[in-house]
Write a protein that binds this ligand. Structure first.
Ligand SMILES: [Fe+2]
Ligand SMILES: [Fe+2]
Ligand SMILES: [Fe+2]
Length: 327
């Protein structure tokens, strides 16, 4: 039953985006101290200023819409949006992991603004369209700056650990990749029930098959290094959330949130395989380099396909929520 107007939905999306920025602020404040490298620390510090501005701009739009913003910070801290559930339990313990998580988070923000823009376009709110465009571009740029730091971050991680033993480091990054694929499988297996009918469901189904293949490839590399996949402990390189499926299912706009979250998750994988490639290069392990490059390409293609589904996902979900005919 359609109980909300398109305008109400737009306000809801602004509140979601606001909670994502509040979480981003906390991360950007903590990140420079964990960065372990000057360039990386500067990259985070610069984005802290941008993030403050994003939070302010979104709050301003909410105020203009007459939303009660006095409790916004509390709400973000208490129940939060998708980002809270997804990233709340993260505790990246190395510069490499910190960079990977930040890279993924920037893409969650980018997805949130891309989805917000689509809702604002349909609601005819030009100011929010413009805001979403401007801030989305800054999130994308931050993502690119972080991607340029993966090599630096790995070097800092290895330096910090005093890692003379590159072999055990390589196994540790393979272990991370394995853990992340296990989590990806969980998400993708739950996805058909969450995605609704249509493009997104098809994209995720196709990627589920790919993901099974990826996990086999990583297991083979682990065995080549005398490590046993079945005994692997999962690591900090993961997004928190046995509860994620339940959280997404409870959202009135489940397919939209899934579409944003899955995009961020693919970018966590892209980052993980970039880190793996860097370490494999240090270890002169040509086969692992090849595997990392191949899988990274698949994750990137999956992310692109998810982004291509956003128009359809927003149309169908809004049609259900507000009774607008799907465009
Ligand atoms: Fe950001
Ligand atoms: Fe994967
Ligand atoms: Fe993936």
């Amino acid at each position: 039953m359609a109980t909300r107007t398109l305008d109400d939905q737009l306000t809801k999306y602004l509140i979601d985006v606001h909670s994502i920025e509040v979480q981003a602020l906390a991360q950007m404040k903590a990140a420079p101290d964990l960065a372990g490298d000057d360039r990386l620390a500067r990259t985070f510090a610069e984005h802290l200023d941008e993030t403050r501005e994003h939070e302010r701009l979104v709050r301003e739009q909410l105020e203009e819409r007459g939303a009660d913003t006095s409790t916004l910070m509390d709400i973000a801290g208490r129940v939060g949006g998708w980002a809270m559930i997804a990233f709340a339990r993260l505790n990246p313990d190395t510069p490499g992991k910190l960079t990977a998580h930040a890279f993924s988070y920037e893409h969650m923000e980018l997805a949130a603004y891309e989805l917000l823009r689509r809702v604002a376009e349909r609601a005819g709110d030009d100011d929010v369209v413009e805001l979403a465009r401007t801030v989305g571009a800054q999130e994308r740029a931050m993502g690119q700056r972080l991607a340029a730091c993966f090599d630096t971050a790995v070097a800092a991680s290895l330096r910090e650990k005093g890692a003379e033993d590159i072999e055990s480091e390589l196994v540790s990054y393979l272990t991370d990749a394995h853990a992340i694929e296990a989590q990806s499988l969980k998400l993708l297996e739950a996805a058909p029930a969450l995605a609704g009918a249509g493009e997104l469901a098809q994209v995720l189904q196709k990627h589920l098959d790919e993901t099974r293949g990826q996990q086999c490839m990583i297991e083979a590399r682990l065995r080549a290094h005398d490590a046993e996949p079945s005994r692997l402990q999962s690591t900090a390189l993961r997004i928190g959330g046995a509860n994620l499926g339940a959280f997404l299912a409870a959202q009135p706009d489940t397919p939209v949130k899934l579409a944003g979250f899955a995009y961020a998750f693919e970018h966590l994988e892209i980052a993980a395989y970039d880190l793996l490639r860097c370490v494999a290069e240090q270890a002169s392990d040509g086969e692992t380099i090849a595997v990392a490059l191949q899988i990274r390409g698949e994750e990137r293609a999956a992310a692109d396909r998810i982004a291509e589904s956003w128009d359809a996902v927003v149309n169908v979900t809004l049609a259900q929520l507000v009774g607008e005919p799907a465009v």
